[in-house]
Design a protein around this ligand. Sequence first.
Ligand SMILES: C[S@@+](CC[C@H](N)C(=O)[O-])C[C@H]1O[C@@H](n2cnc3c(N)ncnc32)[C@H](O)[C@@H]1O
Length: 222
Amino acid sequence: MTRLRRHQRLSEGEQSREFKVQQLLDHGDWSQLFGLSGDLWLEIGTGKDTHIIDRASRFDGDLHVGIEQCRKKFEMTLRKAETLHCGPNLKFLHADAFDAIDPLFADNSLAGAFILFPDPWPKTRHARRRLLQSSFLTLIARKLRPGAPLEIRTDDPSYAHQALASLEEIESLLSRTGEEPWLYQPLDLGNHVETLFEKRFLSKGQPIHHFYLQKTEDVAVS
Ligand SMILES: C[S@@+](CC[C@H](N)C(=O)[O-])C[C@H]1O[C@@H](n2cnc3c(N)ncnc32)[C@H](O)[C@@H]1O
């Protein structure tokens, strides 16, 4: 027997958490669209996790945007943001980050970005979908403000090595952890928020690779 689930419509509050790509293209300015001013933070591939909700609640003077391409997970996160009474400084985009980021975010505009447990897409025929590849990381670097942080986490050792090889090609992204390409523990344990995937991997005893990066202060470097 299959359990039938009623498709639940999003409430008004949940709907108001969604920014549509066209709205952004029309406004061209994130602050105007939010109706708030503040530093703009981006998380790519939020899934149904609450990391960005937690950050938006703790840093309520900053603006936050989460991008997720899967509509079902996207709607689950909208619901969680409302249930957790997150403020108006958090919005979500249902979009493919490969298409949406360049037109929607001005160069040197992001105060920081997170890519947490991106799908590794291990098969060669899917390689173009990997977020941790040179072209995509170069794009993110271009969107970050000089000095802005980029945090990446992955459980997958092979993907971590690929990411490292890509990062070594990008002069505008520097490691904040000196000679260590990644850490196996969070840099700031007290403020660290584990994601759903992170909890899953940790419970299986899989080590996490934490990359702490920063855009160089020199905007002339690409
Ligand atoms: C493995 S899950 C991790 C979710 C969450 N960050 C966590 O740590 O629990 C990766 C998520 O990234 C999303 N994703 C992958 N590629 C994407 C893309 N190009 N644009 C937007 N979302 C993407 C997937 O749909 C999926 O929900």
